[in-house]
Design a binder for this molecule. Structure first.
Ligand code: CTP
Length: 402
């Protein structure tokens, strides 16, 4: 908890039997030097009295939404505005559903809705409720908006069942708080451009040449950079993904379009991360009307020409100090190829992705990557793409701080 000293931590406590564990978290955060403002739902106050938290945090606990004497200062949003981090723990299925839908009917919901600070949600509930698709969809919605979910632990539950649903350990919640506070400012004031997805190269108005890129890595990087306080522009080829909220998104099709969109953003960029799988070739000619089989016959020949190299164009046009990151997907020796690309394209960092491992790479939710730079090779284990994105953002922040 080294990062909480002097910070304003809102601890939003909702109605689960796990409320009692928050007494210890509130105490530890206070002892570590944080100002801890506890907000309770009425049902949480049925499990533990506000007085208990008040005695440990030396601050009045908020339960009611409108305290008349505070309302001249819009008291119901003040806490969210003041927070450096908002921690909702334990979070019931009910509160998760309300947060996912943007409710503002009590002080916990209003605080989350009004804050720009990182939000951490630590769910605790009966295992069937946790596994229910409704809860999972709500959790996915929150996660897509940048809320950090501290997944529940597996173990015996108050219902007598055994399964996932137990509130995560205080250590895991404390680590999430530290990470959120550390990352929250890592890219503050920085402008980051991220490319994602495949490019699509038209043959005619209905047919195209493309590749299997899902866009997951680039979208995860854009979201992680946003969470780190950056102003983020995402330039994306066609994907099935929903653009991360709070990120300026430009939808493009071809490599040419992608190049133009990125070069237009380049003057204000502190870093460009080329996670897109730019199609290496495009049809030489693009028919303006749909080609007919009767005209083509039994064979169709599409002649392809090499696309512009977007990375090289960025490196050639960048102002000094702009950090440029490339990606290298290989089935062979990814790190050696990445090292070669680093030098040839004059990049600052290359993320080498081992796509020979079926768990890693295109379409999957996990990647086994190495960061290759002038500093050497840093091999990471198989990690969720969201975690790879977070580590890349940390690396980028380090680099920009030099
Ligand atoms: N890239 C680019 N413009 C292209 C092709 C690729 O900017 N026309 C970028 C990608 O976004 C990625 C990196 O370059 O960051 C990949 O480099 P590249 O040498 O094209 O890798 P591969 O496609 O893996 O090369 P090859 O197919 O030759 O192995």
């Amino acid at each position: 908890m080294e990062r909480v000293r002097g910070r304003f931590v809102v601890l939003a406590v909702t109605g689960s039997i796990a409320v009692y564990k928050m007494i210890d978290l509130a105490r530890r955060l206070t002892q570590a030097g944080a100002t801890v403002q506890v907000v309770m739902t009425r049902s949480a106050a049925e499990f533990v009295t506000p007085l208990t938290f008040q005695a440990l945090t030396y601050r009045p606990v908020e339960v009611e939404m409108f305290a008349m004497q505070d309302e001249h200062a819009a008291g119901h949003v003040a806490m969210g505005r003041q927070a450096d981090v908002v921690v909702v723990a334990p979070a019931t299925a009910h509160v998760i559903a309300r947060l996912a839908h943007g409710f503002s009917d009590d002080l916990v919901a209003t605080t989350v809705l009004a804050t720009d600070a990182p939000v951490i949600v630590a769910p605790a509930m009966e295992t069937h409720m946790w596994r229910n698709p409704a809860t999972q969809a709500n959790v996915a919605t929150l996660r897509a908006r940048g809320v950090r979910i501290v997944e529940p632990d597996v173990g015996p539950l108050a219902s007598g069942d055994i399964g996932p649903g137990r509130l995560a350990s205080l250590e895991r919640i404390a680590t999430a708080i530290d990470e959120a506070l550390g990352l929250a400012q890592a890219l503050a004031g920085r402008s980051i451009v991220v490319s994602a997805g495949p490019t699509v190269e038209a043959i005619d108005p209905v047919r195209f040449v493309s590749n299997r890129s899902s866009g997951k890595m680039g979208y995860a990087i854009a979201a992680a950079a946003r969470d780190a306080g950056a102003d983020v522009t995402l330039v994306t080829g066609p994907t099935a993904l929903v653009p991360p909220p709070g990120v300026r998104t430009f939808q493009v099709e071809s490599a040419d379009d992608m190049k133009d969109a990125i070069l237009a953003q380049l003057p204000r960029a502190d870093a460009v991360i080329m996670a897109a799988a730019v199609a290496d070739y495009r049809p030489i000619e693009r028919a303006t009307t749909k080609m007919k089989k009767k005209d083509l016959g039994s064979e169709m020949n599409v002649r392809l020409v090499e696309n512009p190299d977007v990375l090289r164009a960025i490196v050639a046009a960048r102002k000094p100090g702009t950090v440029v990151v490339g990606f290298k997907a290989e089935t062979g020796d990814a790190t050696a190829e990445a090292g070669r690309m680093l030098r040839e394209k004059k990049l600052d960092l290359v993320v080498a992705n081992d796509v020979a491992d079926p768990r890693s790479g295109f379409g999957s939710d996990e990647d086994r990557v190495a960061f290759v730079s002038a500093d050497g090779v840093e091999q990471l284990p198989l990690l969720a793409k969201t975690e790879v994105a977070r580590r890349l953002v940390e690396k980028l922040a380090e680099r920009l701080a030099r």
